[in-house]
Design a protein around this ligand. Structure first.
Ligand SMILES: [Zn+2]
Length: 642
């Protein structure tokens, strides 16, 4: 109730109505690009993680996990030691790059960098084969740029940003000993090389269509695209299990990569790799590196004013690198069986509603419906944390060696991933760590995943009014389920294979309905001079659009069977409380720099429009708050896909 601003007309702007008072009393802390309910929750989780880590650091002898996460955290917290070591820990890596004799030695060096998780030129790893999703396939794809999106390299309006990027690269190179004039020249050459890679890359909207990135080839065919790069040697150094075919996500990129490798001098290629090497390690190095890295990647690109306190950066680092060791302790401490059972039950309810919803669609043929229902039936639900935990016992964690600890943890993860090539897919794995405040759908595995971190207030509160819970976690469950049927997910079948199960007419109808959403959201502007990209955010907006409908149907069921309180509470009907519960997940404030960056990179719409866009398309919302056609919160022609 404290978040609501009753001076606002709910039919004019429901985000302001539901969140106005929250927005006023929650200015963005200087360390953050934006501040939202998600951040509030993540902060609470981080406090728990900090306690766990401090305790493990003090009691490293207690268990293998305490040693791993405790020593890593301790390495990271040792600011004095880090200052004293300087950048000596990355010097051997830099020297290797600088000692390359000719371009023929490049493949071996790129492989070494990739084994350490340094993203240069392209990416390579294992993932489910879209044609046979039970088996992992080697996959190679575009990469190698340091700005957040290819468009930053290409648009005239970003010239000032590019100048700042070049200045940043130059300063980083100076920190590893380059003379200022040399560093400036190298930085310009690096921008030029990255611009070539950016030009050759597919944009984020094109990548949303899985058919655009599906090209199975032999290694010989890949080598024909990039003859100047010795892929055989590259795969050997990477230690990849033998394979015959791999997926080349963007063949044209690899053609252009060859031209880029020819055009650049060996010295420029070395500078480029050195820059990425230092940049990837910057946050682990002395203050001068940390500050320079923050200045560009946070202050300039997101508007954040201050570094996060060290304990928070270190907590997040351990979560990132040894997430399933830390996560085990988090789950023991903070995740009850009750929350898991309750969520399981809610998921069951929402899935039932989705079947009813699919059945009731007037625009879809019986043949496609049958396939859609089979897909829904095939969805597996994963809740809280993985059945079996990742074992980090082979990772040496040495207190006082942060760069080494981080590198060994990265190498472990990369090796684990590469080792999967040709092997069966393990669908029980989680791609998010347990304390993460988020959830996801995996189209190649047809499963929804809810880490323990999100199963808490404001998404789900055990003691709260169920109408609010349906609007919160209910809508999130509906959202994740719908991802299986959005513009991306609909291309995969119940088994996670890339297979078209739609009739031509139904595909046309789907696209027409999706166009409605794309156009609507493209009209939203979170910050002057920048609009939401309705095509980039189509999947998320569609998932919101249907997710809330499914949760609403579950609410009606609950009202009928008496599991939801039918009385008015705090002056609101259960339907009104449901929509308030939904809207208040998205209460947020965001800096203009962050908003400008995110409309280009983030497939999610800004929180404000997740509320406005979603609810103005729901006749049930208008009904609940007595809004009528012509008011801002009522779309003239409501968009609806599912
Ligand atoms: Zn989503």
């Amino acid at each position: 109730m404290k978040a609501v601003d009753k001076s606002v007309d709910p039919c004019k702007d429901f985000f302001q109505y539901a969140c106005g008072s929250w927005v006023k009393v929650n200015p963005i802390p200087p360390q953050y690009p934006r501040w939202s309910r998600f951040n509030e929750l993540q902060d609470r989780n981080d406090d728990i993680l900090r306690q766990i880590l401090e305790d493990s650091a003090r009691n490293q002898n207690r268990s293998a996990i305490d040693q791993e996460i405790g020593a890593f955290y301790q390495s990271c917290m040792d600011e004095t030691g880090i200052e004293k070591t300087g950048y000596t820990s990355i010097k051997p890596g830099l020297e290797k790059i600088r000692s390359l004799k000719d371009k023929a030695a490049l493949a071996e060096e790129v492989a070494r960098l990739h084994n350490e998780g340094i993203s240069v030129f392209f990416r390579f790893g294992a993932g489910p084969d879209p044609d046979k999703s039970t088996v992992n396939l080697a996959n190679i794809s575009q990469g190698g740029i340091g700005l957040p999106d290819r468009s930053y390299y290409l648009q005239p309006k970003d010239e000032a940003m590019r100048a700042k990027y070049v200045a940043h690269i130059s300063r980083m190179l100076q920190l590893i000993g380059e003379a200022p004039a040399d560093a400036d020249g190298q930085a310009k050459a690096i921008l030029e090389l990255e611009t070539t890679l950016a030009k050759a890359s597919l944009d984020r909207v094109a990548i949303r269509d899985p058919k655009n990135t599906h090209h199975k080839m032999t290694v010989a065919q890949l080598e024909a695209l990039t003859p100047d790069f010795n892929f055989k040697q590259y795969f050997a150094v990477r230690g990849t299990p033998a394979f015959e075919n791999l997926n080349v996500a963007e063949p044209d990129f690899f053609k252009s990569l060859n031209a880029a490798l020819q055009a650049a001098s060996l010295h420029d290629l070395q500078s480029y790799m050195a820059w990425h090497y230092v940049s990837a390690n910057a946050a682990l190095l002395p203050k001068a590196f940390v500050a320079e890295n923050f200045d560009f990647y946070s202050r300039t690109l997101t508007g954040a004013q201050e570094l996060q306190p060290r304990w928070k950066r270190c907590t997040e680092r351990v979560d990132e690198r040894l997430g399933e060791a830390l996560g085990q302790k988090y789950v023991e401490k903070a995740f009850g069986r009750q929350a898991k059972e309750k969520t399981q039950q809610l998921v069951g309810l929402i899935e039932k509603q989705m079947a009813v919803d699919i059945d009731s669609l007037t625009w879809m043929s019986g043949a496609t419906k049958e396939q859609a229902l089979a897909k829904l039936k095939g969805v597996t639900n994963k809740i809280g944390y993985p059945e079996k935990w990742r074992d980090y016992s082979s990772v040496t964690v040495k207190e006082g060696d942060l760069v080494g600890d981080d590198q060994r943890a990265r190498e472990y993860e990369i090796k684990r991933n590469l080792g999967k090539v040709g092997k069966a897919v393990d669908r029980s794995e989680f791609n998010m760590t347990p304390p993460t405040v988020n959830a996801y759908y995996n189209p190649l595995q047809n499963n929804i995943n809810f880490p323990a971190g999100i199963l808490q207030p404001p998404f789900y509160t055990n003691t709260a009014d169920m109408a609010v819970n349906f609007g919160g976690v209910g809508a999130v469950i509906g959202h994740e389920l719908t991802h299986g049927f959005d513009d991306q997910g609909r291309n995969f079948d119940a088994d996670g294979n890339l297979r078209d199960w739609w009739t031509k007419e139904d595909t046309d109808e789907f696209k027409k309905r999706a166009d409605c959403l794309a156009e609507e959201y493209s009209g939203f502007s979170p910050v002057e001079g920048a609009n939401v990209n309705g095509r980039l955010t189509l999947g998320e907006n569609g998932a919101d659009n249907a997710g809330i409908r499914l949760a609403y149907m579950a609410l009606l069921g609950g009202l009928e069977n008496g599991s939801v309180n039918r009385e008015k509470l705090d002056g609101y009907t259960p339907q009104q409380r449901f929509f308030l519960g939904f809207a208040q997940i998205w209460c947020s404030n965001e800096r203009p720099e962050s908003a400008r960056n995110r409309v280009r990179t983030d497939p999610h719409s800004p929180g404000q429009f997740r509320v406005i866009g979603t609810l103005r398309n729901q006749p049930e919302f208008a009904q609940a708050f007595g809004c009528s056609v012509g008011q801002a919160m009522v779309a003239a022609q409501g968009c609806r896909v599912w």
